[in-house]
Structure formats: C-alpha cells, structure tokens
Ligand binder design. Structure first.
Ligand code: AMO
Length: 445
C-alpha cells in the first residue's frame, strides 16, 4: 500500500509529514522561493520551497515544467497568507517522476500580461488530438464525476425497482434499427454489424420472461452527421419492461428515473456545476409536459411564427426541437417535453401502432435536444411481421421475429443517450462531453 495522501485530505494532516503526488499545475519562481501548485484528482495544494534551505529539492525542480509529475514529501503547515485554503506543504524531498514537454495545446485562454501576449484557447478538435492533456482540467475531471453520479443514481433507481442489468452483444448478424447507418465489420468469412441499439436483445429479454432489464453500453451509428450532438459511437442507457398498459407507463418510468438522477446531482454537485459551468441544475417536477407533434407545430407557429413544409411535419425538425425548449419554458416553466404521435413512416417498425396507425411512442426533449426515443412495442408476431415487411426489413429481422412466436408479454422501453445527458447538463457540445469523441473523421486517439 502506498502511503500517499490525496490532496483533498491534506487538511487532516496539519503538522504531519506526508507524501503527496500529482501533476505540476503551476510554478512560480522567485529568487529565494519556489511556489508549486500540485494537482491530483482530489484537489490542489501549494508546495512552498525555500531554495536556500532545501538545496536538493530546489535542484530536483530545476527545469521542471508545468504538467510534469512529481512526488513530494514534506510537512503540512497552516499559513493564512496562502490563498489556496490557508495550507501549504513545506517540502523536504522532491522526486521528479515524469517531465512534460511543452504542451501542444492551450487548454484555456491565457490572458495577456505585461511581458506576454494573450494565448487563445485551442479549438476542440486540436484539443481532442491531445485529449489526455485536455482532460487534466478541473472542469473536465469534474465532468466525469458528475456523469458517474448521474448514471449511478439512475442505475440505483432501477435496482430499487427490481430491474436487472444485462449485457447484450455488440457484434450482430443484422441491423438493429434500420438498414442504413450501420457499420459493417468483417467477421471471419462473413460480415457482421455493430449494434445500432440493444433493441432486439432488450426485447428478447422480455420474451425470456426477465420482465425488467436495463443496459448501459456502447451504441454505434454510421451517420455522417457533423453537429454538436451526433457521434458515431455513444453510450446508451437502455431499458425495457413487461406488462405495461401503454407507452404512458414508459414515460412515467422515465420521468421518475430522470428526476431521481437530477435530484442526486443537484444535491451532490448543484452548486459546483453552477459555479464552474454557469448552469443551474433543476430537478424537474412530474409529470413532465406532453404534446402531440401536430399540436407542437401549431404552437410553434403561433408563438414563434415557425413554419415547415407539410412533408416535414411527420417528424421533429432540429429547429422545432430547439424552439420546443422556448415553448415549454414559457408555457410550463419546465425543461423537459414529451412529444408523441409521430408519423408511422418516420418511426421504427417495432413500435406498436393504435387503430389509426399512430405509433405508440414518444421522443423526450431536454433543453431543446432529443435525449430519448421510447415506445410500447408490437409484441404480436403477425402484426410485427407485417410492419417489418412494410419497411422492407422482414428478411433482415427474421431471427428477431422468432422471439414473438413462442409467447411474449406486452412490453415497452426506451433508449437514453448518456453523452447527450452530460452535454446538456453542463451546457457543452458532444465533443466536449465525451471521454473521446468518435465522428466520421475521427478514429484517434
Ligand atoms: P434512438 O435512435 O432515438 O432510439 O436513440 C436513442 C437515444 O440515443 C441517443 N443518440 C445519439 N447520441 C449521440 N449521437 C448519435 N448519433 C445518437 N443517436 C442517438 C439520443 C437518442 O434519443 N432503439 C431505440 C430506443 C428505444 O426505443 O428503446 C433507439 O435506438 O439520446
């Protein structure tokens, strides 16, 4: 066991000798003193080195650059002059573990000083080229803590509701959503596809009698989209459950799930998110507002003069999505909006339809961006087969149709994009919100 003390716990060790390790955040060199700010994942602390008194430590720091990794042994002291929490470490020994070359990116804008010109922040694509360096910022590291807490709170919610977690294959023999947008990969002497969704296997679990399942896993989409919210590989939070009466049961579960997630986030990180990202965390009231697609278009025209061609009204346009946030704020003082009654031609073949052919599903829009598609599924084999045939998919999904031939409960579920949740919660783009973004032009690092 290492005797290393995390910097966030340093306050518990005042007067004691400790060993700390981390990245050099900043170095300020004056004639007699060296002030190093050391950073690890738990916090930062100032190392105050009197060069004449500790010549060996001073020699070790010779030529050490920002972002180098060092080990410091020294005594924790209180000092009200120290800006960083009134605490410093007076080093006795410093060991340099790894020297950083000059950084190839500027993670943040550096304001001009008397001696130096201002440095502009590198663009996001350049920063992703060196993502591991970019991820060292306080904001980026915090982002993963927030995402972890969000997903964990939702997972916990489902466990309390007796859901089980499953892990479905990502290498599959047929496209899972539509024939388009699927990555084909070589699989020995034949072709396989990367799963566009765990959809078929979530439903297989219903046919298997598991009743309540969820999965958090990778989802692949061969879409050539260049937007602030599309990526070719993302993390899906998917669930499915049986014996529902209608898709309204699915919406209810989702609003409670998101409420539980956001309650946890507000409680744990609300203040810090507002401080660092300038965005308040709001715990949504339930039930969330619901509107049919047709009414939404009418309302957007009335409120914002927004019109689209009749041919586009079976689906939600990107602009309508964005405006729906303005609309729901104004009429409900809410950030979420369920949109229902899409046109069957725009929805997946496995959505159940009512007697008028209207798909029994919804999209959920948060802060003007779609975060979920959900639905009651068609579980009656003959009807499902017909709907697959209509979309020209019957051959591809033959194996899936088998799931419904030997008894299957009525069921429904949804898919929630984790990266979109993080991005919207913190006011970022998807490139900024992902550990490493994947897009049509990006497979590295
Ligand atoms: P859908 O295709 O709408 O539905 O995907 C579900 C959710 O996944 C996220 N998402 C994306 N995130 C980033 N980049 C993308 N390219 C991308 N595409 C989708 C969104 C979206 O709402 N099988 C259905 C779900 C279901 O009915 O259970 C499905 O995959 O947040």
């Amino acid at each position: 066991m290492s005797d290393r003390i995390p910097l966030g716990e340093i306050r518990n060790h005042i007067g004691k000798r400790v060993k700390v390790q981390g990245f050099v955040d900043t170095i300020r060199d004056s004639r007699a003193m060296l002030f190093i700010v050391l950073k690890d994942i738990t916090g930062k602390v100032q190392i105050t080195l009197e060069k004449e008194q500790k010549p060996e430590a001073a020699a070790a720091m010779e030529g050490v650059t920002g972002d180098s990794v060092i080990t410091v042994s020294g005594v924790v002291a209180e000092n009200s002059y120290v800006k960083m929490g009134g605490i410093e470490i007076l080093p006795e020994e410093i060991r340099v573990e790894s020297i950083a070359d000059p950084l190839p990116i500027a993670r943040k804008e550096i304001p001009a000083t008397k001696k130096k010109k201002a440095v502009e922040r590198s663009g996001i694509d350049q920063r992703i080229d060196y993502r591991w360096i970019d991820l060292r910022t306080d904001e980026n590291q915090f982002m993963f803590q927030v995402q972890t807490a969000f997903v964990n709170a939702m997972r916990q919610y489902l466990l309390n509701e007796n859901f089980v977690e499953i892990h479905t294959p990502k290498l599959i023999g047929a496209a899972s959503e539509s024939g388009a947008d699927v990555f084909e990969v070589k699989y020995f002497d034949r072709n396989a596809y990367l799963a566009q969704s765990p959809q078929f296997y979530k439903q297989m679990a219903m046919a298997a009698g598991l009743e309540r399942i969820f999965e958090v896993g990778p989802v692949f989409r061969a879409e050539k989209s260049f937007t602030s919210r599309h990526t070719t590989e993302f993390t899906g939070f998917d669930l499915e459950f049986s014996y529902i009466d209608s898709f309204h049961d699915v919406m209810k579960l989702e609003e409670n799930l998101l409420k539980a997630g956001l309650e946890c986030i507000q409680d744990k990180y609300g203040e810090q998110i507002e401080e660092m990202f300038g965005i308040p965390v709001r715990v949504p009231g339930t039930p969330f507002p619901v509107i049919s697609l047709k009414t939404l278009y009418e309302e957007l025209e009335k409120d914002f003069g927004y019109t689209v061609d009749e041919s586009e009204k079976g689906d939600l346009t990107t602009e309508a999505e964005r405006l729906s946030f303005e609309w729901v704020k104004k009429h409900y003082d809410h950030e979420f909006l369920f949109v229902t009654d899409f046109d069957a031609s725009k929805r997946a073949f496995y959505h159940m339809r009512d007697e008028n052919g209207v798909p029994q599903g919804y999209d959920l829009i948060w802060r003007g961006v779609e975060i979920t598609t959900g639905a009651q599924r068609e579980h009656r084999h003959e009807i499902l087969k017909r709907q697959a045939e209509e979309k020209g998919l019957a051959e591809d999904v033959k194996f899936y149709l088998e799931f419904f031939k030997y008894g299957c409960p009525p069921h429904g579920g949804f898919g929630l994009g984790v990266d979109r949740l993080t991005m919207l919660l913190l006011g970022l783009t998807i490139k900024e919100a992902m550990f490493i973004f994947r897009g049509p032009g990006r497979l590295n690092p």
